[in-house]
Design a protein around this ligand. Structure first.
Ligand SMILES: Nc1ncnc2c1ncn2[C@@H]1O[C@H](COP(=O)(O)OP(=O)(O)OP(=O)(O)O)[C@@H](O)[C@H]1O
Length: 262
């Protein structure tokens, strides 16, 4: 691995160049360029179907792009995928995991996959369970968890090997306000200590509050990118988002909905 690159703070934590992914005729990701500085909290926003999950899946190595390059701390993710993958922790979009395992077993599994010694995994799992308020749930199968609990245990799993970059697809969706505040505190401290977070979210207010930079992606293309102030300009991020994504949908033609037939 290019260790010098990974240790150099001028090297972006993540860099995408002309990344493209098509599904049949659909260009889900259409020539995306992104530069995420090390130590930043980066938001990816966009309407449903904009290509956020597809982009994050490519970054995470869960999906192969058709064209373009992804570099994690200067390491080419296609050429040196093992090195690149070691540096990232991933919270995937759909919460598909080995849910017959208990929370404790799942965290042990994540830790073992990352090559951590068993005692380290055990103590980190205990720390994470305390932080995420999952101590009482650790002995239960993950299939019995609520959506928010599942998200939290998977987020804990994404962090267990202390990666340099966290790739989080909608980490706050279905998570209660107290847990959201705890997760935010953990992520902020992680970023303050040099870690990098890229997350997708539909929560404009949250992105505005916590992210240092944001990219607005619409129909697979980055339409705006920069610091929060640069992107929102004189308006709010939500107003800017609505403008960029083509405004509100057409609500005419639904008058029948107000006739209450039964
Ligand atoms: N495996 C797939 N096969 C075919 N089309 C796909 C596949 N995955 C995604 N798509 C399509 O690619 C486009 C982008 O989807 P993606 O899930 O990346 O959007 P998103 O921005 O994450 O949306 P949301 O906010 O609703 O989660 C959508 O039109 C979607 O239908």
């Amino acid at each position: 691995m290019d260790k010098a690159a990974a240790d150099d703070t001028d090297v972006p934590a993540l860099s995408l160049r002309n990344v493209t992914k098509t599904f049949g005729e659909l260009r889900a990701v259409d020539g995306v360029d992104l530069t995420v500085p090390a130590g930043s909290f980066y938001g990816l926003v966009g309407p449903n179907g904009a290509g956020k999950t597809t982009t994050l899946s490519i970054i995470a190595g869960l999906l192969r792009s058709d064209a373009g390059t992804v570099e994690i701390n200067g390491v080419d993710a296609a050429r040196q995928s093992r090195v690149a993958k070691k540096m990232i922790g991933v919270l995937p979009d759909r919460l598909r995991t080995f849910d017959r395992l208990t929370g404790r077993q799942l965290l042990s599994y994540y830790g073992a996959l990352r090559g951590l010694p068993a005692p380290v995994v055990e103590s980190r799992a205990a720390d994470l369970a305390r932080a995420f308020d999952l101590v009482d749930a650790l002995g239960r199968p993950v299939s019995d968890y609520s959506a928010g609990m599942t998200k939290k245990v998977m987020l804990a799993g994404a962090m267990i090997h202390s990666p340099r970059l966290l790739v989080l697809d909608e980490p706050f969706e279905a998570v209660d306000p107290v847990s959201s505040a705890v997760i935010l505190d953990i992520l902020r401290a992680y970023v303050d200590h040099g870690g990098t977070v890229i997350l997708s979210s539909h929560g404009m207010e949250l992105v505005e509050r916590v992210c240092s930079r944001v990219a607005v992606i619409v129909s697979g293309q980055v339409l705006a990118e920069g610091t929060i102030d640069e992107v929102r300009g004189e308006s709010t991020l939500e107003q800017r988002f609505l403008e960029l994504s083509g405004g509100l949908g057409d609500v005419e033609g639904l008058e029948w909905l107000h006739t209450f037939s039964a």
